[in-house]
Write a protein that binds this ligand. Structure first.
Ligand code: SAM
Ligand code: SF4
Length: 469
């Protein structure tokens, strides 16, 4: 018996399913695209077992939070939500909408936080969670829920698998334009700041045939674009097939127009892969290239396994093969021990590369990581703020310059939805390079391709008018 089995005996859950009627689930997702994708898997798994999904949390018998542990605030947010969910269900509690909700609710915690904060989630009695499942345990969810409901005790499965890829589950996808498809899961890189190798386990890839079959089914369902997903997607390998082969084979599927991928690691871009991306017409001309830092010593203590020069050489190689390739990045400011002079190297690389856009994060210590053990946080919050503000300003100017350079060009745009930025009579879609474009709707519809002439640009979007479809 392990320590957690003892906890199961002692921790009452808050809900007993009294009859076999279909139970309603409200499912909320935090974090990255992989979590969005996992939510689609979870929906497919639970829908098969007599669970239904509702949009109103207060109608639900079960609330599931699919959580993230990557950066700060993620766990505070989730703890706050657990409290709110319970609070909204107090018997006779009067809600803002004026409704009285007195039915009990089960709460389940899934995803990276489940594995990252397992001890607290299992042992903290104030949290009142009913079931917990890690990223490799979603097939066990129906049983975990039923068992918790039957026994009134907290249930959990946090086992990390070397094999689980969910390749036998067809996710319950919604948007109808882009289909996420995880081709590999887990990560072996152990960047010192990152929880992923601990929360999602070792790298494993799906077979080429299985992925191609799913893409065929997706195009049959009307999807024109797939985004290949993985924590370190370009380290994909199954038997003899590497990531370049995967893109080549997926691109042969009739009806598929665009292939995107995220998130790659700069160390896994052999020339053959770069050539496939540059030359295959279905491979989108956008590469997300997470830099994290521009300084060699910081890169080394982050365990990123490349130097500033190697990164810059890779950028040059990409631009030699395809000069207008859109490049985006992730940066962490204030990694422990990062000095002002070292931070300036990040500014230097940002200015030299001129990424089209960048996600810039303040370092936040993550439980269980190598950095937590080896590098105590020593960069004051005020310095981190100063660095992130400064870098964002620099990036904004670069993004604006790069976007304005597109004025006068015409781009093929896949329509995604009504624009969130302007009136409902506008549509928005993306260029091949993943830039958001807004234009008057006309007689087009979601999932159409149109050619848009770019007439204006801001830091975040291009604007234009359709010249042909
Ligand atoms: N696999 C990708 C790579 O190799 O860079 C990154 C995926 S990670 C899940 C997404 C981004 O979150 C990272 O690129 C990094 O910038 C950021 N991130 C991860 N851990 C972080 C931490 N402890 N503090 C701040 N940002 C972090
Ligand atoms: Fe995390 Fe990405 Fe590094 Fe893997 S490669 S440990 S997911 S930052």
């Amino acid at each position: 018996m392990n320590e957690y089995e003892v906890m199961v005996k002692n921790t009452p859950c808050n809900f007993m399913i009294k009859n076999s009627l279909q139970k309603k689930i409200f499912l909320e997702t935090y974090g990255c695209q992989m979590n969005e994708y996992d939510t689609e898997l979870i929906q497919a798994i639970l829908a098969k077992e007599n669970f239904a999904f509702v949009k109103d949390e207060l109608e639900a018998d079960i609330v599931i939070l699919n959580t993230c542990a990557i950066r700060e605030n993620a766990h505070r947010k989730v703890y706050g939500r657990i409290h709110d969910i319970r609070h909204n269900r107090r018997n006779g509690h009067s809600l803002p909408a004026g409704r009285q909700v007195d039915k009990p609710v089960m709460i389940g915690i899934l995803g990276c936080m489940a594995t990252n904060l397992r001890t607290d989630l299992l042992e903290n009695r104030n949290l009142k969670i009913d079931f917990i499942a890690g990223p490799d345990s979603y097939k066990k969810l129906p049983d975990l829920i039923r068992e918790a409901a039957k026994t009134g005790e907290k249930t959990f499965d946090l086992t990390l698998s070397e094999f689980e890829t969910y390749s036998d589950i067809y996710p319950a996808r919604k948007d109808g334009v882009n289909a996420w498809i995880a081709v590999m899961r887990g990560c072996n890189n152990f960047c010192t700041f990152c929880v992923v190798p601990y929360t999602r386990g070792r790298e494993r890839s799906r077979s080429l045939d299985n992925i191609v079959e799913e893409v065929k089914r997706l195009t049959g369902d009307g999807f024109k674009q797939v985004t290949l997903l993985g924590q370190n997607v370009n380290s994909y390998r199954h038997d003899e097939a590497d990531f370049a082969t995967l893109i080549e084979e997926v691109s042969k599927v009739n009806g598929l127009k665009r292939i995107r991928f995220t998130s790659p690691h700069p160390k896994d871009f052999p020339r053959r892969l770069l050539k496939v991306i540059a030359e295959n017409p279905k491979a989108c001309k956008h590469i997300h290239l997470p830099l994290q830092s521009g300084n060699d010593r910081v890169l080394d203590v982050m365990n990123r396994t490349y130097t500033q020069k190697e990164f810059l050489d890779l950028v040059t190689e990409i631009r030699t093969l395809y000069p207008t390739m859109v490049l985006t990045t992730d940066i962490i400011v204030g990694f422990p021990t990062e000095t002002d002079a070292e931070f300036k190297d990040t500014i230097k690389v940002m200015r030299e590369v001129e990424f089209d856009s960048a996600f810039i994060f303040k370092y936040s210590e993550r439980k269980g990581t190598i950095a937590e053990k080896k590098f105590p946080e020593d960069v004051p919050e005020a310095i981190k703020t100063e660095r992130i503000v400064g870098l964002n300003e620099i990036q904004k100017a670069i993004s604006l310059k790069k976007n304005r350079a597109q004025i006068g060009e015409t781009h093929a745009v896949l329509i995604e939805e009504e624009s969130t930025e302007r009136s409902k009579t506008d549509f928005q879609g993306r260029t091949d390079g993943n830039k958001v474009v807004i234009f008057p709707a006309g007689n087009f519809k979601k999932n159409d391709f149109v050619n848009v002439h770019i007439t204006d640009a801001t830091v975040n979007v291009l604007k234009g008018r359709v010249v042909s479809s």
